[in-house]
Ligand binder design. Structure first.
Ligand code: SF4
Length: 258
């Protein structure tokens, strides 16, 4: 069955032509320097946000959370060459990138620790359960909607998405649609209504809910249809008119030549 992935729906809002090149012409982008940094930062930040239960379980009390979180951070960085092909490919560049982003990572780890500390102080022994997902990297496919995707975390029948990028003032449209598409997949799988999804911003530990409305669901289906229709009608070069996007997308050379 041909499905539209949820990540394509998100990418569509960056540039429809990226989706066309990746999904229809099966071209892989060549990561730019900025993207290589982004990939390594993504792996580390996501790793930390997936290990909140371990951080709490390894803390003796609320005051020990930062030490526990730092230990998890170091572990993720050590294991990176095994989990991230980009890091394994070029150890020297990888280390340079880690050295550059380490101060930011430590500051973000401190912010996360404050949040987990507060949960421990309030919930006591129940704290670990409160941040424990029922499912992680949960793959769902729907024959009804033709959508598929992997949900970062499912907590209480609610999809949680980890965003490791800069935190926008207003939730991005691509992220809202991604959240809604995951909610639709989960709703269909469990047969239980999903009223909202949550975006976890790794840089600030902010958790932002996205209300799942009928309008948003229709928008997801409209984007799915727009992606499927590309087979007969490829999008033009630079459909968004923003050269800065082209400079950072990794498809630039092959996109302009295709
Ligand atoms: S180079 Fe520009 S138009 Fe082409 S895929 Fe990238 S962002 Fe889209």
């Amino acid at each position: 069955m041909v499905t539209v992935t949820v990540s394509s729906i998100n990418e569509y809002f960056f540039c429809p032509r990226c989706v066309y090149l990746r999904n229809f012409l099966k071209i892989q982008p060549t990561p730019t320097e900025k993207q290589r940094r982004g990939i390594i930062g993504y792996q580390i930040r996501r790793g930390l946000f997936m290990r909140q239960r371990e951080i709490i379980e390894n803390s003796h009390d609320a005051g020990g959370v930062f030490e526990s979180a730092k230990a998890e951070l170091e572990k993720i960085i050590r294991e990176l060459p095994e989990t991230c092909p980009q890091a394994a490919e070029d150890a020297k560049t990888h280390q340079t990138i880690i050295d550059e982003i380490k101060p930011a990572l430590l500051s973000e780890t401190q912010t996360l620790s404050k949040r987990l500390s507060a949960i421990m102080s309030e919930a006591g022994p129940r704290a670990a359960a409160l941040v424990s997902p029922q499912k992680t990297d949960h793959y769902v496919i729907s024959e009804t909607t033709g959508l598929s995707g992997r949900i970062d975390k499912v907590i209480n029948n609610t999809p949680h998405l980890i965003n490791t990028g800069q935190v926008p003032d207003k939730t991005d449209t691509g992220d809202k649609l991604r959240a809604c598409a995951y909610a639709m997949l989960l709703e269909e799988e469990t047969g239980r209504k999903v009223g909202h999804a949550v975006i976890e911003y790794a840089r600030t530990s902010e958790q932002r809910p996205v209300k799942i409305t009928e309008k948003l669901k229709q928008e997801v289906l409209k984007t799915r249809d727009a992606i499927l229709s590309m087979a007969g009608q490829p999008p033009e070069i630079c459909p968004h008119g923003q050269g800065s996007k082209c400079a950072e997308c990794g498809f630039e050379d092959c996109c302009y030549a295709t």
